[in-house]
Design a protein around this ligand. Structure first.
Ligand code: DP6
Length: 307
């Protein structure tokens, strides 16, 4: 019996996507830039059979199933049994939809031998989750405003990411809903778009010139700008919790003491810290000493693939 297994890493944005210029085509209002996390992934298996979608060992709910069907209808057949699971704690508030849809699209392409190009796959996977298209490429993935996907070679050999799990509860408001509210109500949204585009241009240069400090600074600034424009929405959207802010301060203080690390946050309270591998144990000591919550450690790189 035919069986395909697809795997996709999670991706974390250094320059954030937060709003659609075109809802149907899922075209973003700004360019975003991300890195994939090698050790946090979704694995999805595809077998012949009547359509069924299982997520983490359970029948998926109707909303999740519909999003899968929205992608599946672009393939020639729908007789496929899909089972998807994440290797990271599901309720960890990580963007599992990005790795999930990237694995789904790449796996369906292989299963039905559809031979879609990378750009076509990006267009399809965006239907499920916009940011998922960035898991289709390795290195620094760039999702442009016109929808195209490119990448810049990662010149930093020894990057890692720490994911500090502030809360493992499901988020109160999905990014899909929240970004709509911000775009419609935040008086500073167009200003945010302009600044985000500047951040993109600056980080692009910093990556090309291998300036880690500048990459990190722009990444932190871009995350702060995102959470500011979220707060300017009506009603305000607040994902940061007091313990998130404590970790952000910890990172800043650690830098003053010579550690290298930069923090970013998405649509949830968890904090991701981009660090150098050579300092992993120093960071782990610091987290164990000062932060009571659990954290995950991942290498950087990789992309969605199927066999
Ligand atoms: C804060 O890709 O989950 O993680 O396209 O509506 O499915 P939809 O949204 P999604 O949004 C991710 C938002 C973010 C920033 C980012 O990853 O760029």
């Amino acid at each position: 019996m035919k069986k395909v297994i697809a795997r996709s890493p999670v991706n974390i944005a250094l320059i954030k996507y937060w709003g659609k210029a075109n809802e149907q085509l899922v075209l973003p209002t700004t360019t975003s830039v991300s890195l994939t996390l090698t050790d946090l992934w979704t694995e999805t298996t595809f077998e012949e059979g009547s359509f069924n979608f299982e997520l983490n060992g359970k029948q998926a709910d109707s909303n999740e199933t519909q999003r899968v069907k929205d992608v599946l209808k672009h393939f020639r057949d729908d007789r496929v049994h899909i089972k998807s699971k994440n290797n990271f704690p599901t309720a960890s508030g990580l963007a599992s939809s990005a790795s999930g849809f990237a694995a789904l699209t790449v796996g369906l392409n292989h299963f039905f031998q559809a031979n879609y190009t990378l750009q076509e796959l990006a267009t399809l996977t965006r239907i499920g989750s916009g940011s998922s298209c960035r898991s289709l490429v390795d290195d620094f993935a760039i999702w442009h405003r016109n929808g195209s996907l490119t990448s810049i070679t990662n010149p930093f050999e020894d990057l890692m990411m720490l994911v500090v799990l502030i809360s493992e509860e499901k988020k109160a408001i999905s990014s899909r809903e929240a970004m709509k509210i911000t775009k419609a109500t935040a008086p500073t949204y167009s200003q945010w778009m302009k600044e985000s585009e500047q951040d993109y241009l600056e980080i692009q240069g910093a990556i090309q010139h291998k300036k880690l400090h500048q990459v990190g600074n722009v990444m932190e600034r871009n995350s702060q700008r995102l959470h500011q424009v979220m707060k300017n929405s009506l009603p305000p959207i607040i994902y940061q919790q007091p313990s998130s802010l404590a970790v952000l301060n910890l990172v800043k203080d650690a830098r003053k003491k010579g550690l290298i690390g930069y923090a970013t946050m998405d649509a949830g309270p968890n904090v991701k810290i981009l660090i150098q591998k050579s300092q992993l144990s120093l960071w782990e000591d610091l987290l164990k000493q000062k932060v009571k919550c659990r954290y995950l450690v991942s290498r950087i790189g990789g992309k969605a693939h199927a066999e």
